[in-house]
Write a protein that binds this ligand. Structure first.
Ligand code: HAM
Length: 342
């Protein structure tokens, strides 16, 4: 019997790969226009990097990481996302010493042990971008505008941009308590996952797809009503800047990201065209991550898109390359000449 590939790990064959090359080339062109430079980081990192940055109580760290002990007895993980590795490299190589502002982009495979379905795989590919060192909401608007610019360059009118603010360590604890107080009487409605993480991560119930969680969270307090003055001002200014440049968005106060490092602005580019996997790209601010990983106190913001999902949105388009010239030789004597001309 012949050996097949592993479930959730895909081959990208000629015919399809041209679409990927077009997506990657468009990202490079657009991101470099905005002053971003490429960074390449390894696929394998110490497990603790992801536990510390993404968070112990997240689905990714709890259930989805490809982790193992290598022959030297080290706990290592195949990266489930790029932000943690890029920030690790930023800190390790002291990129901030020359300039605290770095604009970096990356592309490559990521690994999560999720249940494979259309648009969701165990090896998938991200193209991401990260900016360090800028607190101003102007950068939130610029990063979002660049992301929408990228989709416009691909000729895609889907996906739509949704934004939210998750507050900061000053105001989020009070919101968590308000949400917990609201949900406490409805715990039996929550799905098993949300029940289990009610104490550690109650916000996840807000964007859980289960019918019970939807019913339990109907009418729940909104995070946007609990922002401290600094976070509320930041969100209002981000919105103003987006409007000034004409980047269309809607506010989704129920958007909760599956990674713990986010603060303030969070966002997703969503589509109805991919069934359950509605997020084509997602990201946000992470003002505490760099210092949590042992670096200087610098803010950060970024996003990553799922290349498979972008490719699905481009499904109908033809990117296959055709030869410009075809030389046909007639007779043996012409073969070597044709080979030379080719
Ligand atoms: P994320 O929301 O976990 O964020 O992933 C970003 C995107 O990667 C998703 O919107 C989706 O398009 C794609 N994606 C995620 N999991 C899968 C999967 N199993 N199969 C196919 N595509 C998938 C992050 O990873 C953050 N690092 C984004 C970020 C960058 N935040 C700040 N900077």
């Amino acid at each position: 019997m012949s050996i097949t590939g592993i479930k959730g790990f895909n081959d990208i064959l000629p015919g399809e790969v041209e679409k990927w090359q077009h997506i990657e080339a468009t990202a490079r062109r657009v991101f470099e226009l905005y002053g971003f430079a490429e960074i390449r980081v390894p696929v394998l990192e110490k497990t603790e990097l992801f536990a510390r940055s993404i968070g112990d109580a997240t689905d990714i760290v709890e259930k989805e990481m490809y982790s193992f002990t290598d022959k030297g007895d080290n706990r290592v993980t195949m990266r489930p996302e790029g932000t943690a590795s890029v920030m690790r490299a930023f800190i390790e190589h002291k990129l901030y010493a020359a300039d605290p502002v770095a604009k970096l982009y990356y592309m490559g495979p990521m690994f999560r042990y999720e249940r494979p379905q259309k648009g969701r795989y165990r090896q998938f590919h991200q193209i991401g971008a990260e900016v360090t060192g800028i607190m101003s909401p102007l950068i939130d608007a610029q990063v979002l505008t660049m992301l929408c610019h990228f989709f416009a360059e691909l000729g895609l009118t889907e996906p739509r941009l949704e934004i939210n603010s998750l507050g900061c360590p000053d105001c989020r604890p009070a919101y968590r308590e308000a949400l917990k107080a609201f949900l406490r009487g409805k715990l039996e409605l929550l799905c098993d996952d949300c029940k289990r993480r009610f104490e550690t991560n109650p916000l996840r119930a807000l964007d859980c797809k289960s019918a019970g969680c939807k019913e339990a969270t109907a009418g729940a307090p909104s995070v946007l009503d609990h922002l401290c003055q600094g976070c509320a001002d930041h969100f209002a200014a981000t919105r103003r800047h987006l409007e000034a440049v004409g980047t269309a968005y809607t506010i989704n106060p129920r958007m909760v990201r599956g990674l713990d490092y986010y603060t303030r602005t969070t966002f997703e580019l969503v589509t109805r065209l991919l069934g359950a996997q509605s997020a084509v790209a997602a990201g946000g601010r992470y003002d505490g991550l760099i210092s949590d990983l042992g670096g200087p106190q610098l803010p950060g913001i970024g996003f990553a898109m799922g290349v498979e999902r972008v490719a699905l949105l481009l499904a109908e388009r033809e990117f296959r390359k055709r030869p410009d010239l075809f030389i046909a030789s007639i007779g043996d004597a012409a073969q070597d000449e044709a080979l030379r001309s080719g």
